[in-house]
Design a protein around this ligand. Sequence first.
Ligand code: FAD
Ligand code: MG
Length: 295
Amino acid sequence: MHDVIVIGGSYAGMAAALQLARARRKVLVIDAGHRRNRFASHSHGFLGQDGVDPARIWADARAQLDVYPTLHWVEGNANAISGRKGQFEVLTTRNEEFSGQRVLLATGVSDQLPDIAGLHERWGVSVFHCPYCHGFELDQGHIGVIASAPMSMHQAQLLPEWGKVTFLTNNVLTLDAAQRSDLGRRGVTIEETQIMQVTGNADVELRDGRCLSFAGLFIATRTTPASPLAEAAGCTLTESPMGTQIMTSESKETSIPGIFACGDVARAPHSVSLAVGDGAWAGAQLHRSLVWADG
Ligand code: FAD
Ligand code: MG
């Protein structure tokens, strides 16, 4: 019987596991190894690790966790949670079953990219969602913002802080007069011709034959939980401006007693720093819930 089963062993899950292992609690981490930023070769904005390969940040953290004798790690995919607070069972796709008093979901989110040819293969390379993570490296160059959601308007207004912005509405958004004048005040060029495909580094080929070259492209992706586990376990989900996430209390407990959640899947906005902070907090809160257990 583990004290806590952490599902998702990335930044948020590992930060929680670290607190629990340091409190000498029995922690099991089950991780499928698909970090959200696996497409990027550099991670920015995480203090002390700025510009480092995100896989390296993960590997260093993993090596430090391995030192703790009460922490165990299983590579795999958790696909069912049953039981109740004090006695949960977690089943993996390989049919391994693990018991734990508490469960922590740190399963992250998936990004829904618009269906435009050439976007997927450039995701994390020259197509991004977060200007704080990738804006600086574009050297104040030309930036394209591709409309995908109402949040795209906000992104188009913000990005002039990082370069000269063209807002490609791509038949997804229809701008009213107020929005046009607002974008004008921010120095944003509006391009309403539909996009055919993205080629080269970040060259946008339009339906009328023109091609616009950018240093980078930004898209406000819609995010949804990467794993259906929370919903299947009956946890209440909620909407943020970024998409769907798991609802939690201040102490990161979901609507199901004993199941906690942290990281991108349980907060917004999203970054490595915020996931680590959320995970560290969740780890301490889980520990407290074990110390002052009421069931
Ligand atoms: P994740 O890192 O997404 O990890 C979730 C983990 O849970 C994964 O290992 C996954 O396989 C596992 N998992 C999911 N379901 C299951 C299951 N059922 N069973 C077992 N395991 C499961 N942020 C920055 O601060 N700086 C950057 O430069 C930056 N660059 C980014 C670039 C890109 C292209 C993207 C998409 C995001 C970027 N981010 C960046 C955001 C950052 O990746 C996330 O905020 C961060 O990864 C969230 O950490 P997390 O632990 O919550 O989730
Ligand atoms: Mg998470």
